[in-house]
Design a protein around this ligand. Sequence first.
Ligand SMILES: [Zn+2]
Length: 433
Amino acid sequence: MSRRNGYNFPALILVVVALGGFGFLLWSNAQPAPSLRAIVPTEALPTENVNAWQNVLRAGFGSNSTPLPTIAPPPTQAAPPTLARSGEINLSPVAPVAVNAGIQPTLNAFVTPTPPPPSVAPQETGVAVTAQVVTRPPSEWQPPPLIPPISRDALGRDHYWFMRPVDSNATNFALFSYPFGSDGPQQENPWRVHHGIDMPNPIGQTVRAAGSGTVVWAADGLRIEGGTFQNSPSYGNVIVIRHDFGYRGQPLFTLYAHLSGVLVAPGQFVNGGDAIGLVGNTGRVTGAHVHFEVRMGKAGDSPNTIPLYGATVNPLLWMVPYVGRGVIAGRVSGLRGQLLDDQTITVRDWRTGLVVDSTTSYVYYDSVNDVNADPIWRENFVIADIPVGRYEVITNIDGQRVSQILDVSEGTTSFAELAPPDPQSQPTTTPGG
Ligand SMILES: [Zn+2]
């Protein structure tokens, strides 16, 4: 795994522990004791990369101490929520200067993991996709998120209905190295398939409801009983909200895991933006973060109506993009049209030629433990928060460089179809660069 070096990790760990302990003392004196306890992991820990957490923790403690931005709740009691008019720009009530001032360059200091060696011969020409080190420009800062719900797509396909579960002066984007649907960056000893996204933050960072609804679970571990059983102690302290809006007749749930504190109780109604918990490291983790899931439908016979893993969808297609940013979703498929797993997809700025982001693809097996494609987009990869502009989306399929050029617009999804070169059926691909 290739990562930026130069941090003094032992010193960093001391600082993190000291600050964390001090923060915990402050917090524990100021707050009622969390109603739930941490659990001791009993299984192996095939979880997130430690160095990644340390980088993030370092960045998190470098953040300023400005007050947390006020998050305006979306219209409540609406099913579905009222959507912003197409083209309308919803500026956050948060003054941009107070949001990420001073911390973003550090937060963006990640590099993506070096992808596993390709199983096919690398291409001879063009961009060596799998060898790219991805860094966001250090000068780049992240504006506040748009205000949900928005759906600016002319065909109504978008559903950016949820706000981010942590504030703008925290890490409120997904960790690169363990995206939704991924089984981790390494081929051997794969991690479990990821049903959500991770936002690394210091212990005690406020976790907020992504939308309005009723708390249906707040406990140490998630236990769903019914015809099919899910028991997930590895979540640690976990909250589930059933939202008071659904999607095309299906109920919507969001899940927040690994919390150090729980501030709500089952049955309680919350508005989007309400503080519901505190970031922690309970359950099966190697570092403090909030694990965020979106589950849709499939509540089935579960008495508490929480659907199983088999209802999880990619949160990046539900969480509002930042101002001036859009989302790229797409599908990587093989010669027979089958979806391809663990493909590295790289996004390159068409104007500057710089790689701006990358992710990996996922597949579905339609089991109760599986992830799902979006019901509309049928994607198998998503990259969020791409600045408005023109991009080339690139992958390697059977040794062939396959790419598509597309434009990203604010607050909308742009879709890429990446398939092996076939002039008759795939006119949009550009083999060989
Ligand atoms: Zn996670």
